[in-house]
Write a protein that binds this ligand. Sequence first.
Ligand SMILES: Nc1ncnc2c1ncn2[C@@H]1O[C@H](COP(=O)(O)OP(=O)(O)OP(=O)(O)O)[C@@H](O)[C@H]1O
Ligand SMILES: [Mg+2]
Length: 412
Amino acid sequence: MASTGAAAPSGGMADVPENANQHCPGTSSEQAGKSAACAGCPNQSICATAPKGPDPDLAAIAARMSRVKHKLLVLSGKGGVGKSTVSAQLAFALARRGYEVGLLDIDICGPSVPKMLGLEGQEIHSSGAGWSPVYVEDNLAVMSIGFMLPNPDEAVIWRGPRKNGLIKQFLKDVDWGELDYLVVDAPPGTSDEHITITQCLQGAAAGSGGGSGGGTAAVIVTTPQDVAIIDVRKEVNFCRKVGLPVLGVVENMAGLVLPAERAAFSAVRASSSTSQQEQQQEEEEDVTAAVQALLAERFPGVQLRLRAEVFREGGGAARMCADMGVPLLGRLPLDPGLGAAADAGRSVLPEAKDEAKEGGAGAGAGAGAKGGLEAVAPQACIAPLMAIVGKVVEQTAGADAGADGKASKAAQ
Ligand SMILES: Nc1ncnc2c1ncn2[C@@H]1O[C@H](COP(=O)(O)OP(=O)(O)OP(=O)(O)O)[C@@H](O)[C@H]1O
Ligand SMILES: [Mg+2]
Protein backbone atom coordinates (compact mmCIF):
# COMPACT_ATOMS: atom_id res chain seq x y z
CA MET A 1 0.00 0.00 0.00
CA ALA A 2 1.51 3.33 -0.97
CA SER A 3 1.46 6.03 1.60
CA THR A 4 -0.48 9.02 0.39
CA GLY A 5 0.46 11.62 2.93
CA ALA A 6 -2.49 13.40 4.49
CA ALA A 7 -5.10 12.12 2.07
CA ALA A 8 -7.87 10.05 3.61
CA PRO A 9 -9.08 7.02 1.72
CA SER A 10 -12.55 7.45 0.36
CA GLY A 11 -15.35 5.19 1.51
CA GLY A 12 -15.45 1.88 -0.32
CA MET A 13 -12.08 2.08 -2.11
CA ALA A 14 -9.39 1.73 0.51
CA ASP A 15 -6.50 2.73 -1.77
CA VAL A 16 -8.09 5.73 -3.47
CA PRO A 17 -7.28 8.91 -1.53
CA GLU A 18 -10.14 11.30 -0.96
CA ASN A 19 -8.32 14.12 -2.76
CA ALA A 20 -7.43 11.95 -5.77
CA ASN A 21 -8.40 12.79 -9.33
CA GLN A 22 -11.34 11.11 -10.98
CA HIS A 23 -10.42 7.66 -12.39
CA CYS A 24 -7.57 7.27 -9.88
CA PRO A 25 -6.09 3.78 -10.50
CA GLY A 26 -5.53 3.32 -6.74
CA THR A 27 -2.34 3.79 -4.77
CA SER A 28 -1.40 0.12 -4.91
CA SER A 29 -1.84 -0.14 -8.69
CA GLU A 30 1.20 -0.49 -10.98
CA GLN A 31 -0.24 2.55 -12.77
CA ALA A 32 -0.26 4.68 -9.60
CA GLY A 33 1.27 8.07 -10.35
CA LYS A 34 1.79 7.14 -14.01
CA SER A 35 -1.68 6.91 -15.53
CA ALA A 36 -3.16 9.81 -17.49
CA ALA A 37 -5.67 10.27 -14.66
CA CYS A 38 -2.80 11.06 -12.29
CA ALA A 39 -1.81 14.28 -14.07
CA GLY A 40 -2.13 17.17 -11.63
CA CYS A 41 -3.11 14.96 -8.68
CA PRO A 42 -1.50 16.17 -5.41
CA ASN A 43 -0.45 12.57 -4.67
CA GLN A 44 1.15 11.94 -8.06
CA SER A 45 4.81 12.08 -7.10
CA ILE A 46 4.48 9.99 -3.93
CA CYS A 47 2.35 7.40 -5.76
CA ALA A 48 4.88 7.20 -8.61
CA THR A 49 7.77 6.46 -6.27
CA ALA A 50 6.13 4.44 -3.46
CA PRO A 51 6.34 0.64 -3.54
CA LYS A 52 3.33 -1.02 -5.15
CA GLY A 53 1.25 -4.03 -4.33
CA PRO A 54 0.14 -5.36 -0.99
CA ASP A 55 1.97 -3.93 2.02
CA PRO A 56 4.66 -6.49 2.93
CA ASP A 57 4.34 -5.51 6.62
CA LEU A 58 0.71 -6.56 6.78
CA ALA A 59 1.47 -10.26 7.27
CA ALA A 60 3.73 -9.51 10.25
CA ILE A 61 1.16 -7.08 11.71
CA ALA A 62 -1.56 -9.69 11.19
CA ALA A 63 0.49 -12.28 13.07
CA ARG A 64 0.93 -10.01 16.11
CA MET A 65 -2.57 -8.58 16.05
CA SER A 66 -4.24 -11.96 15.70
CA ARG A 67 -3.32 -12.41 19.38
CA VAL A 68 -5.10 -9.19 20.38
CA LYS A 69 -8.85 -9.59 20.76
CA HIS A 70 -10.02 -6.00 20.91
CA LYS A 71 -8.28 -2.91 19.60
CA LEU A 72 -9.75 0.32 20.91
CA LEU A 73 -8.64 3.50 19.14
CA VAL A 74 -9.17 6.52 21.40
CA LEU A 75 -9.78 9.41 19.03
CA SER A 76 -10.96 12.98 18.90
CA GLY A 77 -11.07 15.67 16.29
CA LYS A 78 -10.02 18.10 19.00
CA GLY A 79 -6.81 18.44 20.99
CA GLY A 80 -6.66 18.63 24.75
CA VAL A 81 -10.06 17.08 25.40
CA GLY A 82 -8.72 14.16 27.45
CA LYS A 83 -7.86 11.37 24.98
CA SER A 84 -4.69 10.41 26.82
CA THR A 85 -6.40 10.67 30.21
CA VAL A 86 -9.26 8.44 29.04
CA SER A 87 -6.83 6.01 27.36
CA ALA A 88 -4.68 5.74 30.49
CA GLN A 89 -7.57 5.37 32.92
CA LEU A 90 -9.37 2.91 30.62
CA ALA A 91 -6.20 0.80 30.43
CA PHE A 92 -5.71 0.91 34.22
CA ALA A 93 -9.36 0.00 34.84
CA LEU A 94 -9.43 -2.86 32.33
CA ALA A 95 -6.21 -4.25 33.84
CA ARG A 96 -7.75 -3.94 37.30
CA ARG A 97 -10.60 -6.10 36.08
CA GLY A 98 -8.09 -8.79 35.25
CA TYR A 99 -7.86 -8.39 31.50
CA GLU A 100 -4.56 -8.56 29.65
CA VAL A 101 -4.14 -4.99 28.44
CA GLY A 102 -1.75 -3.13 26.17
CA LEU A 103 -1.60 0.65 25.85
CA LEU A 104 -0.07 1.98 22.65
CA ASP A 105 0.74 5.68 22.28
CA ILE A 106 0.69 6.75 18.63
CA ASP A 107 0.93 10.45 19.44
CA ILE A 108 4.43 10.59 18.00
CA CYS A 109 4.95 14.33 18.45
CA GLY A 110 3.27 14.68 21.86
CA PRO A 111 3.45 11.38 23.73
CA SER A 112 1.64 11.69 27.10
CA VAL A 113 1.41 8.01 27.96
CA PRO A 114 4.77 7.56 29.76
CA LYS A 115 3.87 10.42 32.12
CA MET A 116 0.25 9.33 32.65
CA LEU A 117 1.31 5.75 33.42
CA GLY A 118 4.11 6.80 35.78
CA LEU A 119 6.74 5.41 33.40
CA GLU A 120 8.90 8.42 32.62
CA GLY A 121 12.53 7.52 32.15
CA GLN A 122 11.78 3.92 31.21
CA GLU A 123 13.44 2.43 28.15
CA ILE A 124 12.51 -0.22 25.63
CA HIS A 125 14.50 -3.43 25.46
CA SER A 126 14.60 -5.77 22.55
CA SER A 127 14.91 -9.50 22.41
CA GLY A 128 14.51 -12.22 19.82
CA ALA A 129 10.73 -11.86 20.21
CA GLY A 130 10.83 -8.15 19.33
CA TRP A 131 10.64 -4.94 21.34
CA SER A 132 9.50 -5.58 24.90
CA PRO A 133 6.84 -3.15 26.06
CA VAL A 134 7.23 -1.49 29.46
CA TYR A 135 5.07 -3.16 32.10
CA VAL A 136 3.13 -1.21 34.75
CA GLU A 137 1.61 -4.42 36.11
CA ASP A 138 1.95 -7.99 34.90
CA ASN A 139 -1.14 -7.48 32.77
CA LEU A 140 -0.60 -3.88 31.62
CA ALA A 141 1.99 -3.38 28.87
CA VAL A 142 2.82 0.04 27.46
CA MET A 143 4.59 1.28 24.33
CA SER A 144 5.33 4.87 23.33
CA ILE A 145 7.91 6.82 21.37
CA GLY A 146 8.43 8.60 24.70
CA PHE A 147 10.50 5.60 25.82
CA MET A 148 12.86 6.12 22.89
CA LEU A 149 13.68 9.79 23.37
CA PRO A 150 16.96 10.75 25.00
CA ASN A 151 15.11 13.23 27.21
CA PRO A 152 11.44 14.11 27.71
CA ASP A 153 11.88 17.60 26.22
CA GLU A 154 13.21 16.22 22.93
CA ALA A 155 11.10 17.46 19.99
CA VAL A 156 10.07 14.85 17.42
CA ILE A 157 9.90 16.65 14.08
CA TRP A 158 8.87 13.94 11.67
CA ARG A 159 6.90 13.97 8.46
CA GLY A 160 4.07 11.54 7.85
CA PRO A 161 5.94 8.60 6.27
CA ARG A 162 8.37 8.35 9.18
CA LYS A 163 5.56 8.47 11.73
CA ASN A 164 3.70 5.83 9.75
CA GLY A 165 6.78 3.62 9.74
CA LEU A 166 7.07 3.77 13.53
CA ILE A 167 3.38 3.03 14.03
CA LYS A 168 3.75 -0.06 11.85
CA GLN A 169 6.73 -1.11 13.94
CA PHE A 170 4.68 -0.70 17.10
CA LEU A 171 2.15 -3.13 15.63
CA LYS A 172 4.51 -5.68 14.12
CA ASP A 173 7.72 -5.54 16.19
CA VAL A 174 6.39 -5.17 19.75
CA ASP A 175 6.06 -8.40 21.67
CA TRP A 176 2.55 -7.69 22.95
CA GLY A 177 1.77 -11.34 23.61
CA GLU A 178 -1.87 -12.36 24.11
CA LEU A 179 -4.02 -9.33 24.88
CA ASP A 180 -7.70 -8.89 25.60
CA TYR A 181 -7.45 -5.18 24.84
CA LEU A 182 -5.01 -2.95 23.02
CA VAL A 183 -5.95 0.65 23.86
CA VAL A 184 -4.46 3.10 21.35
CA ASP A 185 -3.99 6.73 22.36
CA ALA A 186 -4.03 8.85 19.21
CA PRO A 187 -3.15 12.48 18.51
CA PRO A 188 -6.03 14.81 17.64
CA GLY A 189 -7.50 14.86 14.17
CA THR A 190 -7.83 12.59 11.18
CA SER A 191 -4.33 12.56 9.86
CA ASP A 192 -1.47 10.21 8.91
CA GLU A 193 -1.38 8.41 12.25
CA HIS A 194 -5.12 7.69 12.19
CA ILE A 195 -5.14 6.53 8.59
CA THR A 196 -2.09 4.34 9.12
CA ILE A 197 -3.30 2.59 12.25
CA THR A 198 -6.76 2.01 10.81
CA GLN A 199 -5.45 0.69 7.51
CA CYS A 200 -2.89 -1.54 9.22
CA LEU A 201 -5.37 -3.06 11.64
CA GLN A 202 -8.07 -3.51 9.03
CA GLY A 203 -5.65 -4.76 6.38
CA ALA A 204 -4.15 -7.23 8.82
CA ALA A 205 -7.59 -8.44 9.90
CA ALA A 206 -8.77 -8.83 6.33
CA GLY A 207 -5.59 -10.71 5.40
CA SER A 208 -6.01 -13.11 8.27
CA GLY A 209 -9.72 -13.65 7.61
CA GLY A 210 -10.73 -11.53 10.58
CA GLY A 211 -13.31 -9.50 8.68
CA SER A 212 -13.26 -5.77 8.01
CA GLY A 213 -13.21 -4.67 11.64
CA GLY A 214 -11.01 -7.39 13.10
CA GLY A 215 -12.05 -6.39 16.63
CA THR A 216 -11.08 -2.76 16.04
CA ALA A 217 -13.38 0.04 17.19
CA ALA A 218 -13.15 3.72 18.11
CA VAL A 219 -13.82 5.38 21.45
CA ILE A 220 -14.31 9.06 20.70
CA VAL A 221 -13.62 11.73 23.29
CA THR A 222 -15.15 15.19 23.30
CA THR A 223 -15.88 18.01 25.71
CA PRO A 224 -19.29 19.67 25.91
CA GLN A 225 -18.17 22.75 23.99
CA ASP A 226 -19.41 23.38 20.47
CA VAL A 227 -15.87 23.87 19.18
CA ALA A 228 -15.00 20.36 20.31
CA ILE A 229 -18.24 18.78 19.16
CA ILE A 230 -17.93 20.27 15.67
CA ASP A 231 -14.52 18.62 15.29
CA VAL A 232 -15.74 15.39 16.84
CA ARG A 233 -18.53 15.14 14.27
CA LYS A 234 -15.73 15.12 11.67
CA GLU A 235 -14.02 12.32 13.58
CA VAL A 236 -17.23 10.25 13.51
CA ASN A 237 -17.42 10.85 9.77
CA PHE A 238 -13.77 9.81 9.41
CA CYS A 239 -14.63 6.54 11.17
CA ARG A 240 -17.54 6.01 8.78
CA LYS A 241 -15.40 6.69 5.73
CA VAL A 242 -12.71 4.25 6.76
CA GLY A 243 -15.22 1.64 8.00
CA LEU A 244 -14.16 1.85 11.65
CA PRO A 245 -17.04 1.04 14.04
CA VAL A 246 -17.62 3.65 16.76
CA LEU A 247 -17.98 1.93 20.11
CA GLY A 248 -19.17 5.18 21.62
CA VAL A 249 -18.44 8.71 22.74
CA VAL A 250 -17.08 9.88 26.10
CA GLU A 251 -18.05 13.41 27.06
CA ASN A 252 -15.12 14.56 29.19
CA MET A 253 -14.90 17.67 31.35
CA ALA A 254 -18.68 17.52 31.60
CA GLY A 255 -19.09 19.89 34.51
CA LEU A 256 -16.70 20.56 37.36
CA VAL A 257 -17.05 18.44 40.48
CA LEU A 258 -14.82 18.91 43.50
CA PRO A 259 -14.94 18.62 47.26
CA ALA A 260 -16.42 21.85 48.62
CA GLU A 261 -13.43 22.16 50.96
CA ARG A 262 -11.34 22.91 47.87
CA ALA A 263 -13.55 25.79 46.73
CA ALA A 264 -12.56 29.40 47.27
CA PHE A 265 -15.15 32.13 47.65
CA SER A 266 -14.80 35.83 47.13
CA ALA A 267 -17.15 38.71 47.69
CA VAL A 268 -17.09 40.97 44.66
CA ARG A 269 -18.16 44.57 45.07
CA ALA A 270 -18.60 46.79 42.05
CA SER A 271 -16.93 50.15 42.14
CA SER A 272 -19.30 53.01 42.86
CA SER A 273 -17.70 55.09 40.13
CA THR A 274 -19.57 55.54 36.85
CA SER A 275 -16.35 55.66 34.87
CA GLN A 276 -16.13 52.49 32.75
CA GLN A 277 -12.45 52.07 33.42
CA GLU A 278 -12.93 52.16 37.20
CA GLN A 279 -15.93 49.79 37.06
CA GLN A 280 -13.65 47.16 35.63
CA GLN A 281 -11.43 47.49 38.69
CA GLU A 282 -13.88 45.71 40.97
CA GLU A 283 -13.07 45.00 44.59
CA GLU A 284 -12.70 41.33 45.45
CA GLU A 285 -12.44 40.09 49.02
CA ASP A 286 -11.52 36.52 49.92
CA VAL A 287 -14.34 35.22 52.13
CA THR A 288 -13.45 31.52 51.84
CA ALA A 289 -12.92 30.98 55.56
CA ALA A 290 -16.26 32.57 56.46
CA VAL A 291 -18.22 30.59 53.82
CA GLN A 292 -16.51 27.32 54.71
CA ALA A 293 -17.33 27.94 58.39
CA LEU A 294 -20.98 28.54 57.51
CA LEU A 295 -21.13 25.37 55.41
CA ALA A 296 -19.50 23.32 58.18
CA GLU A 297 -22.01 24.70 60.68
CA ARG A 298 -25.01 24.06 58.41
CA PHE A 299 -23.87 20.56 57.29
CA PRO A 300 -21.79 19.13 60.13
CA GLY A 301 -19.90 15.91 59.35
CA VAL A 302 -21.05 15.89 55.71
CA GLN A 303 -18.71 15.88 52.73
CA LEU A 304 -20.08 18.49 50.39
CA ARG A 305 -19.42 18.38 46.66
CA LEU A 306 -19.43 21.43 44.48
CA ARG A 307 -20.78 21.00 40.95
CA ALA A 308 -20.74 23.53 38.14
CA GLU A 309 -21.34 23.34 34.42
CA VAL A 310 -18.15 24.96 33.21
CA PHE A 311 -18.51 24.92 29.48
CA ARG A 312 -22.06 24.35 28.47
CA GLU A 313 -25.20 22.98 29.99
CA GLY A 314 -27.56 20.61 28.28
CA GLY A 315 -25.82 17.53 26.90
CA GLY A 316 -24.16 18.69 23.70
CA ALA A 317 -22.48 15.32 23.24
CA ALA A 318 -25.74 13.45 23.84
CA ARG A 319 -27.41 15.47 21.10
CA MET A 320 -24.49 14.88 18.74
CA CYS A 321 -24.63 11.15 19.48
CA ALA A 322 -28.38 11.04 18.80
CA ASP A 323 -27.90 13.03 15.58
CA MET A 324 -25.11 10.83 14.31
CA GLY A 325 -26.46 7.50 15.57
CA VAL A 326 -23.52 6.65 17.84
CA PRO A 327 -23.78 5.58 21.51
CA LEU A 328 -22.84 7.90 24.38
CA LEU A 329 -20.66 5.85 26.72
CA GLY A 330 -20.88 8.40 29.52
CA ARG A 331 -19.94 11.80 30.92
CA LEU A 332 -16.77 12.31 32.94
CA PRO A 333 -16.64 15.44 35.08
CA LEU A 334 -13.70 17.79 35.37
CA ASP A 335 -12.32 16.37 38.59
CA PRO A 336 -9.11 17.73 40.11
CA GLY A 337 -8.46 14.23 41.45
CA LEU A 338 -8.41 12.86 37.90
CA GLY A 339 -5.98 15.55 36.79
CA ALA A 340 -3.80 14.77 39.81
CA ALA A 341 -3.88 11.04 39.02
CA ALA A 342 -2.82 11.76 35.42
CA ASP A 343 0.03 13.96 36.61
CA ALA A 344 1.10 11.35 39.16
CA GLY A 345 0.94 8.55 36.59
CA ARG A 346 -1.48 6.36 38.44
CA SER A 347 -5.00 5.02 38.30
CA VAL A 348 -7.69 7.19 39.81
CA LEU A 349 -9.26 4.04 41.27
CA PRO A 350 -8.77 3.86 45.04
CA GLU A 351 -6.85 0.60 45.34
CA ALA A 352 -4.18 1.59 42.79
CA LYS A 353 -0.97 -0.27 43.53
CA ASP A 354 1.35 2.70 43.09
CA GLU A 355 4.17 0.79 44.71
CA ALA A 356 4.16 -1.66 41.79
CA LYS A 357 5.53 1.01 39.46
CA GLU A 358 9.17 0.43 40.14
CA GLY A 359 11.26 3.38 39.10
CA GLY A 360 8.26 5.23 37.63
CA ALA A 361 7.59 8.88 38.31
CA GLY A 362 4.32 7.90 39.95
CA ALA A 363 5.97 5.60 42.44
CA GLY A 364 5.38 6.83 45.93
CA ALA A 365 2.86 9.42 44.76
CA GLY A 366 -0.02 7.59 46.32
CA ALA A 367 -3.34 8.87 47.61
CA GLY A 368 -2.81 11.63 50.08
CA ALA A 369 0.58 12.56 48.67
CA LYS A 370 -0.94 14.99 46.17
CA GLY A 371 -2.44 17.81 48.14
CA GLY A 372 -4.83 15.63 50.12
CA LEU A 373 -7.60 15.78 47.49
CA GLU A 374 -8.19 12.06 47.70
CA ALA A 375 -8.33 12.09 51.46
CA VAL A 376 -11.42 14.25 51.73
CA ALA A 377 -13.83 12.34 49.48
CA PRO A 378 -13.94 9.56 46.92
CA GLN A 379 -13.23 10.99 43.49
CA ALA A 380 -16.35 12.19 41.71
CA CYS A 381 -15.07 10.77 38.42
CA ILE A 382 -14.83 7.18 39.67
CA ALA A 383 -18.49 6.15 39.32
CA PRO A 384 -18.88 7.58 35.79
CA LEU A 385 -15.48 6.17 34.78
CA MET A 386 -16.46 2.70 35.99
CA ALA A 387 -19.78 2.97 34.14
CA ILE A 388 -17.89 3.84 30.94
CA VAL A 389 -15.49 0.92 31.42
CA GLY A 390 -18.47 -1.35 32.08
CA LYS A 391 -20.05 -0.31 28.79
CA VAL A 392 -16.79 -0.84 26.90
CA VAL A 393 -16.51 -4.34 28.36
CA GLU A 394 -20.16 -5.08 27.68
CA GLN A 395 -19.87 -4.03 24.05
CA THR A 396 -16.61 -5.85 23.40
CA ALA A 397 -15.62 -8.66 25.72
CA GLY A 398 -19.22 -9.18 26.82
CA ALA A 399 -19.88 -11.17 23.70
CA ASP A 400 -16.98 -13.54 24.21
CA ALA A 401 -16.67 -13.44 28.03
CA GLY A 402 -18.62 -16.64 28.47
CA ALA A 403 -16.62 -18.47 25.88
CA ASP A 404 -13.15 -17.65 27.13
CA GLY A 405 -13.62 -17.61 30.87
CA LYS A 406 -13.17 -13.84 31.25
CA ALA A 407 -16.66 -13.47 32.73
CA SER A 408 -15.33 -13.98 36.23
CA LYS A 409 -12.70 -11.28 35.68
CA ALA A 410 -15.26 -8.80 34.40
CA ALA A 411 -17.40 -9.40 37.46
CA GLN A 412 -14.58 -8.41 39.82
N1 LIG B 1 -11.92 14.94 33.53
C1 LIG B 1 -10.80 15.59 33.82
N2 LIG B 1 -10.64 16.18 35.05
C2 LIG B 1 -9.49 16.85 35.34
N3 LIG B 1 -8.47 17.01 34.50
C3 LIG B 1 -8.58 16.45 33.29
C4 LIG B 1 -9.73 15.72 32.89
N4 LIG B 1 -9.54 15.27 31.62
C5 LIG B 1 -8.32 15.70 31.25
N5 LIG B 1 -7.75 16.41 32.24
C6 LIG B 1 -6.45 17.08 32.19
O1 LIG B 1 -6.46 17.90 31.05
C7 LIG B 1 -5.19 17.88 30.40
C8 LIG B 1 -5.35 17.43 28.95
O2 LIG B 1 -5.77 16.08 28.93
P1 LIG B 1 -5.13 15.04 27.91
O3 LIG B 1 -3.66 15.22 27.79
O4 LIG B 1 -5.65 13.70 28.30
O5 LIG B 1 -5.83 15.53 26.56
P2 LIG B 1 -5.57 14.99 25.07
O6 LIG B 1 -6.86 15.02 24.36
O7 LIG B 1 -4.86 13.69 25.12
O8 LIG B 1 -4.58 16.11 24.53
P3 LIG B 1 -3.75 16.06 23.12
O9 LIG B 1 -4.74 16.40 22.05
O10 LIG B 1 -2.70 17.10 23.31
O11 LIG B 1 -3.20 14.67 22.98
C9 LIG B 1 -4.32 16.94 31.22
O12 LIG B 1 -3.55 17.71 32.09
C10 LIG B 1 -5.30 16.09 32.02
O13 LIG B 1 -4.79 15.71 33.26
MG1 LIG C 1 -3.00 13.12 24.24
